[in-house]
Design a protein. Structure first.
Length: 221
């Protein structure tokens, strides 16, 4: 019987599950033990696969770290931020502050996944593995530049604020390191973090108050 075109085969689905298991294992171990103490053998043991499978799939630990970082940013569905719902919502928003609210929600979800990896990247900053983080940060800054342009097209930036300074604000305030400082280290809730970020950025980018928090949709019976 011929396979339905476009539908993954049982073999492909099994391979995808195995890959997710290895990435889950690596993410957990990197966060718990750090980069140096995490070995390919430990990843294989936690994922329930042979170590040869880990090497065959990712080849090196540096490449595995890159995959873990990529997955933290784009998720299991491998959808890049510009194609994610929060981004489309922001682009469709009628004004800058409303768009910014969607951006804070979306980037907050990414930060929550990336923030536990911050100590890992600090530890390997001077090693070849540190290039994973450096490259990711370059891409993140470039992406925020595009967002600033989109926001400024909806609502003019605060008088005297340059594009570069606006990018700096988004890059730092919406960064995973600040998210980790508030949510992981200081114990803020995600909602508290989001409300502070939105209020701060609305004030500093547009010199306006933040829009009212969006209420969750009511469930229908």
């Amino acid at each position: 019987m011929a396979e339905v075109k476009g539908k993954p085969s049982a073999r492909q689905e099994k391979a995808a599950r195995t890959r997710r298991a290895m990435l889950d294992a690596a993410y957990g171990l990197f966060c718990e033990l750090g980069y140096t103490a995490t070995t390919m053998n430990l990843v294989a043991e936690r994922a329930g696969v042979a170590v040869q499978t880990v090497y065959f799939t990712f080849h090196t630990k540096d490449a595995l770290l890159q995959e873990v970082q990529d997955r933290a940013v784009i998720g299991d569905d491998r959808v890049h931020p510009p194609d994610q719902p929060w981004f489309r919502e922001a682009m469709a928003a009628p004004d800058g502050p409303t768009a910014l609210a969607a951006i804070v929600r979306g980037v907050g979800e990414i930060d929550a996944r990336v923030a536990p990896l911050i100590p890992v990247f600090h530890a390997v900053a001077g090693e070849p593995a540190g290039e994973v983080w450096r490259h990711s940060e370059v891409l993140r800054r470039d992406g925020f530049g595009d967002l600033v342009d989109a926001l400024a097209a909806k609502t003019p930036l605060r008088r005297g604020l340059t594009r570069d300074r606006a990018v700096d604000l988004l890059f730092v305030v919406l960064g995973p390191e600040l998210h980790r400082s508030f949510v992981v280290d200081a114990g803020w809730s995600r909602d508290e973090w989001g409300a502070w970020v939105l209020a701060s950025l609305c004030r500093d980018l547009f010199a306006v108050e933040a829009p009212p928090a969006r209420r969750p949709a009511r469930r229908t019976r």
